[in-house]
Design a binder for this molecule. Structure first.
Ligand SMILES: Cc1cc2nc3c(=O)[nH]c(=O)nc-3n(C[C@H](O)[C@H](O)[C@H](O)COP(=O)(O)O)c2cc1C
Length: 167
């Protein structure tokens, strides 16, 4: 085991990257324009009553100020094979959605087809957290796609659940 002293660590991001996660596409149509970002800091089960999930968003995000105004925010847990969609959502390209197929609800929440789980959410609360904000999202409905396997983001690489099992 390698013990890293945080104050001496050259890159705390590298240490954090050893915690495996899924990747959430946090997306909504705002003022008629699709907006979204990819987030591996997404966490389910923050609260069950009311049902709350969380995401930590960099203060430098240009997309979050739009998303936080949305009536409803769609959370699509990206599935295996959606790595390109993830990269596109993580880009600074103002036309991120040009090459992403999606549908949206009347409330503006975006659904990315092929996701393994979709949640219809609204912003519940937002807290400053260093160079990020932690946003709590209230879940209004959930659509589980058991046949789709979620992408795993681990050590800055995309992996599949099968790979994780076999490692
Ligand atoms: C796999 C992956 C995970 C990411 N996770 C987060 C995250 O949890 N929080 C965050 O603010 N940005 C995260 N990003 C970066 C954002 O998706 C994205 O780069 C940024 O929001 C784009 O800039 P914009 O918000 O100005 O459009 C992640 C990117 C990738 C590729």
């Amino acid at each position: 085991m390698t013990v890293m002293n945080i104050s001496e660590s050259p890159d705390i991001r590298q240490a954090f990257s050893n915690f495996p996660s899924g990747v959430a596409a946090i997306c909504a149509v705002v003022d008629g324009v699709p907006k979204g970002l990819a987030a591996s800091s997404f966490t389910v089960g923050v609260s069950l009553e009311p049902p709350l999930v969380s995401v930590a968003v960099q203060n430098s995000s240009t997309t979050w100020p739009f998303l936080k105004r949305a009536e409803r925010i769609g959370v699509s847990i990206l599935g295996t094979g959606q790595e390109a969609t993830c990269r596109q959502l993580a880009s600074k390209n103002p036309d991120k959605f040009d090459e992403i197929s999606y549908t949206s609800t009347d409330g503006g929440a975006i659904i990315i087809p092929g996701c393994s789980l979709w949640l219809d959410c609204s912003l519940f609360a937002e807290y400053p957290a260093g160079d990020h904000v932690v946003a709590l999202l209230e879940v209004h409905s959930a659509d589980v796609h058991l046949h789709e396997s979620p992408i795993i983001f681990h050590n800055s690489k995309f992996k599949t659940l099968d790979l994780v099992r076999s490692n």
